[in-house]
Design a protein around this ligand. Structure first.
Ligand code: ATP
Ligand code: MG
Length: 396
């Protein structure tokens, strides 16, 4: 019979003068995720928390849907589903608490403590008196229950404001910082396991995302592209609206294949991806690039390779998975819901042009020397690829 959620947040509570900005961003994001639901919600800031209310109790399906949405909002530390007391008297509070216990705690062999808080100081009954009186009513109605003021199994919290709210459980939120409090970055999104997780991690710190995918038709299939779109969609549940840039990379890859040593293909290709991504980022107000690289995972991710890739652009490149083991990345992708899509077997452009024995210790000077083989046409190919950038808007 829940009709409200008390939302608790952590870090953003301590940001001094910026606090209002962070709280407003969190309110905005909560409104954004709840908007598509059939229910209308009120989302307001109250001292140190956010209160989400709706005008009548949610049924089970609505409750689940709302919770799924709230669990994806960065910045929320805890979500407390609450009942709205249908009146303002002590008897109203008691009957709501008793019904709440009846509906939510089939096993009554529990210890409890009542904890009332008067956000509305004009409320005529003091917290201590409410605690004692509601506690007594509970013991009378459910004799198996016991009071434990030091270490109770359950706290029954009573929050008194313009209405009165009763709640007893907290569900963990994602944590992090609300979207929109830290600018925008461009994620290099492939169809793999790593890059969606990398995007999630950066976005969790309040950074909004755009994505770029390097497509290589006809060497890669429409289904590979669809997979990337699907991943961007899942990511957008957390990260808000995403502009997905689709860059046709085929001619550039073929040209590199034609002109450069094959064991250096991957690294050279990656350098051009970074260069193009940087151009897109600058044109779209993104302040950094994000990749799913992790030290030592593959040949192109040794320190030497990363050093060589990094040199291709001047913008900061954020690699949130840099020290993650593969299994940790897999666990995270399962948790955020991208894993099942990521493991679909469609090839991406890297797998197709990859050499049997790619260099693991590229020498930057040699790579740059070999890149000179591309002087004749590469600039033009990059401009063409950028001109044909296809942008899809994904998510709400
Ligand atoms: P992922 O699982 O994210 O595909 P990976 O382990 O396969 O990563 P690489 O293929 O070496 O690693 O790619 C490293 C990073 O480069 C990726 O995490 C991604 O950020 C970016 N990347 C690779 N291929 C593409 C592509 N086709 N389009 C956009 N970004 C790409
Ligand atoms: Mg990959």
């Amino acid at each position: 019979m829940f009709s409200a959620f008390l939302i608790k947040y952590g870090e953003i509570g301590v940001k001094g003068k910026n606090r209002f900005k962070f709280e407003d961003a969190l309110v905005f994001q909560i409104k954004r995720v709840l908007e598509p639901l059939d229910r209308a919600f009120d989302v307001v800031r109250i001292d140190g928390r956010i209160l989400v209310t709706t005008d009548s109790p949610l049924n089970e399906i609505e409750y689940d849907e709302t919770l799924v949405k709230l669990k994806k909002v960065f910045g929320i530390v805890e979500i407390c589903p609450a009942e709205t007391v249908p009146g303002m008297t002590l008897d109203d509070i008691k009957s709501t608490v008793l019904r709440h216990i009846d509906e939510n705690f089939p096993d009554k062999k529990i210890t409890f403590k009542v904890n009332a808080r008067r956000g509305n100081k004009s409320y005529p009954i003091h917290s201590m008196e409410i605690n004692a009186s509601v506690g007594e009513a509970i013991l009378e109605a459910f004799p198996e229950m016991r009071v434990d003021v030091h270490n109770p199994d359950i706290y029954f919290k009573i929050d008194i404001r313009d209405s009165i709210y009763v709640y007893s459980k907290g569900i963990k939120g994602t944590g992090g910082l609300p979207l929109g409090t830290n600018g925008r970055a461009l994620l290099l999104l492939s169809g793999g396991i790593d890059s969606p997780v990398a995007g999630y991690m950066i976005s969790k710190r309040g950074v909004e995302l755009d994505c770029v995918y390097f497509n290589a038709p006809p060497y890669t299939s429409d289904r590979a592209l669809q997979k990337v779109k699907d991943l961007a969609r899942i990511l957008s549940d957390y990260s808000g609206k995403i502009n997905l840039h689709i860059i046709n990379f085929t001619d550039i890859q073929l040209y590199i294949y034609d002109k450069c040593p094959h064991d250096e293909l991957t690294i050279i290709m990656r350098r051009f991806m970074m260069k193009i991504a940087e151009r897109i980022a600058r044109a779209n107000g993104c302040l950094g690039l994000v990749t799913g690289e992790s030290i030592g995972q593959v040949a192109s991710q040794t320190l030497k390779s990363l050093f060589t890739t990094d040199e291709a652009c001047t913008m900061p490149v954020y690699r949130p998975l840099i020290a993650f083991d593969k299994q940790e990345i897999v666990d995270k992708s399962e948790e955020i819901g991208t894993y099942e899509t990521s493991i679909l077997p469609y090839e991406d452009c890297c797998t197709i042009f990859v050499a049997k024995h790619p260099v693991t210790k590229p020498n930057l000077n040699i790579i740059k020397l070999h890149e000179q083989n591309l002087n004749e046409k590469i600039d033009e190919l990059i401009e063409t690829a950028l001109d044909k950038d296809e942008v899809l808007s994904i998510g709400v």
